[in-house]
Every structure is written in C-alpha cells, then in structure tokens.
Design a protein around this ligand. Structure first.
Ligand code: AMP
Ligand code: GLY
Length: 424
C-alpha cells in the first residue's frame, strides 16, 4: 500500500513510527514531516494546511490511504477533496470536523442529542454576552467559537475579568474564530481524553489517556497544547468508560450519521469526570498531541488495517485494536519561553541515540541544520516516551532518558502522571 501521512508534530512522528511497522506498507510519504521521520518515510515539503496540494500529492503517489494528523487540514476540507478523488481518507469531512472546529456547532449538537456537557450560551454581541454573565456563576468559562490553537479558552474568577475576555474575543483577538463566544458553566472534576475510531456508522474504543495542559510543575503556569501524557489513566474506571461510551461516543456517531455528516476518523472526547458522571469538555476531530504518542506505543498489532477500515467504511470487519497491558508515559521537552515566545535554534545533542526497546523519542518541533546538527524549531520540541510495567517504572525510564539529552535551551515538567502516582 501507498500511504500519505499529513502533519509534522510528535503526534505524526508517533503515527509514522507505528504505520511504518506494518507489513502492508510499500511506500510511506509524509507531508511535511520532521527530521525524526526521515528514516520512516519520504518527506515532501507540502504544508498540512494546503489541502489542494496535499490532494495532488495523494493522487501523484497513488495513495491507497491518507491519514490526517492535524485539524487544520480537516477544516480546509482535505477529506472532502480526497472523497471526490476516490481516495480513502482517515479523518472527517469539513462538516463533520465542526465537532472540533466550531464550539457553537458542537454544543448545539450535544444539546440536540442529549449528550452530557456544561450548560451554555452562544453570543455574537457584546451587550448580550455581558448580560449573560449575570446568569452564570463564577468561575466563568469563556470560549472563542473557532480554532484558536488551544488558546481560545479563558477561565475567569471574576465578572470583570470575564467581561475583558469577552471584549478581547469579540474585538478580534482570534480573528474570525472569535466572532462568536460561548459562555459555559464551570465543571468540577478530573479530566481525561477518551478516543474512539469510527467509519461513520460503527466505532471501536481505543481507550483513554490523561494530558497535562499547564506549562509548569504542579499544574501551574500558562495553558499549553500539552506537556505530557500517560495511558492507561486510572481516571478511566470501567464505569466511567461504560458511561462515556453509552452517553457520549455512541450518540455522537449515531447523531452525526443521522444528520447526514457521518464521522470518519478518530473522535477525541475531552471529558470531565464529575459527581454526575462524564461530561464533555470538548471534542477534537483528530488524535490528541501528546496523547497519540502514548496510545501508539501501547497499541499491539498492526494499525493500518484499522485506519483503512475507518476510511473505507468497513470497520465492522476489521480486527479490533489490542492494547499492551503496560503503561506508557510521554514527557514533552519544550523550548525555553514556550508557550508565549519559544526560543528557536538552540542546539540539541543526544536525542537521536538508541535508548533501548522501551523508550522512543518522537520529534515535535525540530529542524536539521545543513551541517546535520539538530536544533529546536518550535514550542514543543521533543516527546520522550517510555513503557513500563507500571507508571513508576515508565516514568523512571522516561526521565532517565531525558537526563541523557543535552539541551540547555529546553525545559520539561518533572511531575508527569502525578495524579496516577498519587492513587497508587
Ligand atoms: P478546551 O479547549 O475546550 O478543551 O478547554 C481548555 C481547558 O479548559 C480544558 O482542558 C479544561 O481544563 C478547561 N475547561 C474548558 N471548559 C470547561 C468547563 N466548562 N469547566 C471547567 N473547565 C473547563
Ligand atoms: N493534548 C490536547 C490536544 O491535543 O488537544
């Protein structure tokens, strides 16, 4: 098979690593990829936002399957273009991806299908949004409607701060993505990310992971795309998974199909485990980053038949995913200054050594200089992933690998998986 993989982050490096192990793959082309993927496939310099060029590459290489990593390509309609060209695509149509790309769409969808989530209102006008704040209780949860690279959510302790956030958003801080704001009830509980694969009608659960959104130890500092993850996550008790499947995953897949927007690809349900059971924080139309990294390392068997079955619409006949019983942890190394202004260009040494069979280092934001030297070229730069019999062993392996990497320009959290360790 010829496969085109779209994206350039740690998530895509992990997908490439897993896909490249499949005996079914003849040719793996990655657009645009990163230096960590050089040995796994052929890199082509087409951006993940350029749906037209990506579809052209897919035709040119006679792709049997296109696997889409990031949401931007989906929002641009890459899956729709590929469908028109008759090329199977793992990733939803632009319409179905609205579950992620429009919070107003996703909240209204959940309301129509009685999927548990925080109570909400959607506002386009400043005075209406301000007025609505009198109905909600603090802390106030304010969200830009559209994609804002993970920065479009504010949790404000006071009404004054909430008003300021609304003014900024409606005033154009996120451009068109902030033309509407969603105000939500605050949900109290522990968060987790649950993943399911779907072909538009059938689905299989891939299990859960937990992410760490804040930049610094102790869950302090600014929100980020994710500083670390681990799977399995003890927050996902069998009861929580059962309730989430029944109340969230199944109604989403059934509801999207019934509304004429069948959902093909991976459904990422960001859930809050509350006293009233699971409630949806958000949906994403793609694998999480860095959750994907730990899922790929836990997945036994071949991932390609599953991805292809989702893309083709025949998941019911595919072999079910098999997960290793081990725990996997991922620690993100970020460039100094991340998330606000990461410093680029610092030299990284030791990231490409052999760390043994239980450790994988995925590249997220690296560049290879002409002299071959690896340097930082993004906010999140390296993902150090390790497997272990339990969380403590996986954690020890990940952090001992980090100690072998010489990169003064980077930083990382030292407490990834603290919630799981506290329970043990
Ligand atoms: P989102 O981009 O929607 O995932 O929101 C970013 C983060 O804000 C989430 O991971 C939660 O930690 C937090 N958050 C979002 N919505 C709520 C809510 N209604 N109640 C409590 N926390 C929330
Ligand atoms: N790690 C959170 C996300 O991928 O959205």
């Amino acid at each position: 098979m010829n496969i085109l993989l779209v994206g350039s982050g740690g998530r895509e490096h992990a997908l490439a690593w897993k896909i490249a192990q499949s005996p079914l793959v003849k040719r793996l082309v990655i657009a645009p990829g990163n230096p960590g993927m050089e040995t796994l496939g052929e890199l082509v310099a087409v951006k993940a936002t350029d749906a037209e060029q990506l579809a052209a590459v897919a035709r040119e290489i006679r792709a049997d399957l296109v696997v889409v990593g990031p949401e931007t390509a989906l929002e641009q309609g890459l899956a729709d273009r590929l469908a028109a060209a008759g090329i199977p695509c793992f990733g939803p149509s632009a319409k179905a991806a609205q579950l992620e790309t429009s919070k107003a769409f996703s909240k209204a969808f959940m309301e129509r299908h009685e999927i548990p989530t925080a109570g909400f209102g959607v506002y386009e006008r400043l005075h209406e949004a301000r007025q609505a704040l009198t109905v909600f209780k603090p802390p106030y949860v304010i969200k830009a409607d559209g994609l804002a690279a993970g920065k479009g959510v504010a949790i404000s302790p006071t009404k004054r701060e909430a008003e300021r956030e609304i003014e900024w958003m409606l005033g154009g801080r996120f451009g068109q993505a902030g033309a509407r704001v969603v105000i939500e009830e605050f949900m109290d509980g522990e968060e987790g990310s649950l993943f399911a694969l779907s072909d538009g009608r059938n689905y299989v659960l891939l299990g859960g992971a937990q992410d760490h959104k804040r930049a610094y130890d102790g869950d302090l500092g600014p929100n980020t795309g994710g500083m670390g993850s681990y799977s399995p996550a003890p927050v996902f008790t069998p009861e929580l998974v059962e309730a989430a499947e029944r109340q969230v995953v199944k109604p989403v897949i059934d509801g999207m199909a019934a509304e004429g927007m069948p959902y093909r690809g991976v459904l990422y349900a960001g859930l809050m485990s509350t006293a009233d059971g699971p409630k949806v924080v958000e949906f994403n139309a793609r694998f999480g980053d860095p959750e994907c990294q730990v899922l790929m390392m836990r997945l036994g068997g071949d991932i390609v038949p599953m991805l292809l079955a989702c893309a083709r619409g025949d998941l019911s006949r595919a072999t079910l995913p098999e997960f290793l019983s081990e725990t996997v942890i991922c620690v993100v190394m970020a460039a100094q200054g991340y998330p606000d202004s990461p410093v680029e260009g610092s030299i990284i040494r030791g990231a490409e050594q052999d760390f043994g069979p239980n450790v994988q280092v995925f590249h997220a934001g690296t560049k290879r200089r002409e002299d071959g030297q690896l340097v930082a070229a993004g906010g999140r730069v390296l993902n150090i992933c390790a497997r272990g019999a339990d969380i403590a062993e996986a954690r020890e392996r990940a952090y001992s690998a980090i100690r072998k990497i010489d990169w003064p320009g980077g930083f990382y959290r030292t407490d990834i998986a603290w919630r799981a360790l506290e329970r043990e």
